[in-house]
Structure formats: C-alpha cells, structure tokens
Ligand binder design. Structure first.
Ligand SMILES: [Zn+2]
Length: 334
C-alpha cells in the first residue's frame, strides 16, 4: 500500500490533522527482545498537511459510494485510540531508531533516498536500504544498474507495477529484473491489496486483476535465478498464492499492510491458510510502515496473538525466514 499517501492527499485534503506524536514503547524496558526483521518499511518525507491519524483494521467497514457522491472514506479515524502520525522527519527518525533499539527491529527500507541515507547513517546495522522502480520511465536500465551497484542498496523494492496498470511480467520491466537477477538482489513486488475504492480515488490505472500472483510466472520463468517476495502475500488471492509458491521454491511472501488494515478474522484466516498449506518457512514479517510509529507494535501484536502459530513458527516469521531469504548473518543479531 505504498500509495496510501496519495490516497490521503485526496481524501483528507480538507481534514488536516496535526496529530500529537505519541511515544510508543516502554523506555524503562531493559530486557532485550528477540530480534525482528521488518522487510517492508517506507521512508518518506513527513508532510503534516497530508498526514492523518489512523485506526488499525479500518477496512473492517467498506461502505459503497456513487460516482456523483464523495468518494468513500479510505481510512476511518473513529476508534478510541487512533495511531498518531509523526509530525516531522526528526520525530519519525527518532521513532525508527527507538524501534531499532527497544523493539530490536532491523528494517528493509525503500522510498525517499535522503531519508534512507539519514536513517542508515544513524543505524547502519539496523537499516537495509532497498531501491525500487515500478515503471521504466523512472530511469534507464543503465542508471538502475549503477544504483544497485554502488554498494549502498542491498534489495530491490518496492516494485509496484499494479498501480501503473501493468503486470509484473510486462516486458518494459524485464531488463530491470534481469539486473537484479545478475547482481543477486532479492526483489519485493507489490501484489494484491489496494484498500477500498483505490481505482476510484487516486489510482485510476490500478487494477485488482493485476495483483494476481499468477502474473509473476512468466517473469519468473525468464529469470530462473531471481529471488522474489510477494509483498502483501497477494491478498486476497490465496489459492493463486499457494499454487505459485508450490511451483516456485524461491518465492516468499510478506504480511505487510493487510494485517493491520483488513478485518482481523479475515487476515488471520489468510495467514492460517498459508501456514496450513505448508509455507510457514516462506513468510516474512513486514509492516508497510509509513507515518505511524505505533504501527510497529500493532503489527507485532497480530503475530504474537495468533494462537494457531507455534512459538517456533512465530520466530520463523519474525526473524529466521528473513535471515535465510536475505542471506543475513544471524549471529550479528544476538
Ligand atoms: Zn505495497
């Protein structure tokens, strides 16, 4: 849901909300938590005019609308304790660094290059920079290769052709995936979820059908050494997701975004089905964090409270699967 901010711009342009940043986490906590790898964090410049409070699981109610009415509200803020957005870049960075330390979270971060550099210089061992492209108009293949080769970036993502009305197997992206394959970069690709009324509100090119996991198959066949993870786990297309992972052993998924936006019963049914189908070793933990620092703990709670997961499965999802997928050194996290 990387384009959520665009949605906010449109939906909330009259509702400029200056949230008071809430200090999340317990500063007194001294016991070191077990490490977590969050594979899906967005770095962006904070714009207080376009940020809003947010109630987790806001998509539990998706009212309809009409073409001549106001668009449906994308995020509801009517809960008892909505999450507050960070008000400044500095606040956001402080929240990130605090999460690195107190919650023991290492993050794969994509988005604004300046912000990623700042976070990375403040916490070089905790920030894994990721470089994304979703449309060949953004840069040439040569420029893309240079960016991936400069030593700073370790991951390619978030690639989100769905919002551009394109399949991930569209040939205009093929050479970029070829570069990632050649350089051994894992790639995160947005597939599936878009929220309520995405095509009506901000992304007229968005197509639900372009989030079908099967659309990855041709691209994967052209790049047999490419390692990808499907961001948002192809929600809600579980059957295709399971079939694709069965056919392609290098495909992983992340749980970002949908686990704190769609109804809880629904998202647990989805996660449970992935595990039930045998893929507990291929699920990565992620938040899709944008501007609400409290979301880190909200998302962690979803996994911790999943009573159908064993403690080992939870540790696999929070940490071990990402160590394996990104070829990290687990001893560095102790
Ligand atoms: Zn996404």
């Amino acid at each position: 849901m990387k384009h959520l901010t665009n949605t906010l711009k449109t939906t909330f342009f009259l509702a400029i909300i200056f949230g008071v940043f809430a200090l999340e986490g317990n500063a007194q906590e001294t016991k070191k938590r077990l490490p977590i790898i969050d594979v899906h964090v967005h770095a962006m410049k904070v714009n207080p005019n376009f940020s809003s409070e947010m109630c987790p699981w806001f998509l539990k109610d998706m009212p309809g609308s009409g073409p001549n009415q106001n668009p449906p509200s994308f995020i509801n803020t009517g809960c008892v304790a909505p999450l507050k957005p960070a008000k400044t870049d500095k606040e956001m960075q402080e929240a990130i660094l605090r999460a690195n330390k107190e919650l023991n979270i290492t993050m794969v971060v994509s988005g604004d290059a300046d912000i990623i550099h700042k976070w990375h210089s403040a916490a070089p061992n905790r920030i894994i920079p990721s470089f994304g492209i979703s449309n060949s108009n953004q840069m040439t293949v040569e420029a893309f290769r240079d960016s991936l080769s400069n030593g700073f970036y370790k991951v390619m993502g978030e690639v989100a052709p769905q919002y551009q009305g394109m399949s991930p197997s569209d040939m205009s992206l093929d050479e970029y995936f070829g570069v990632a394959e050649e350089l051994g970069f894992p790639v995160g690709i947005h597939m599936g979820t878009g929220g309520n009324g995405m095509a009506n509100i901000t992304s007229p090119k968005y197509r639900a059908s372009l989030g079908q996991p099967f659309l990855l198959e041709d691209m994967l066949a052209r790049h047999p050494k490419l390692k990808i993870w499907v961001m948002h786990a192809g929600y809600p297309m579980i059957d295709q997701m399971i079939a694709l992972m069965g056919a392609n052993a290098y495909v992983y998924v992340d749980l970002a975004g949908f686990i704190w936006s769609y109804p809880q019963e629904e998202i647990h049914a989805y996660l449970k089905r992935l595990v039930q189908a045998g893929f507990a070793k291929r699920i990565l933990y992620g938040t899709d964090l944008m501007m609400w620092p409290g979301l880190l703990e909200t998302s962690i709670g979803v996994i911790e409270n999943a009573d159908y997961l064993s403690e080992d499965q939870k540790r696999d999802i929070f940490f071990n699967n990402a160590v394996r997928f990104f070829n990290l050194d687990a001893s560095k996290f102790e």
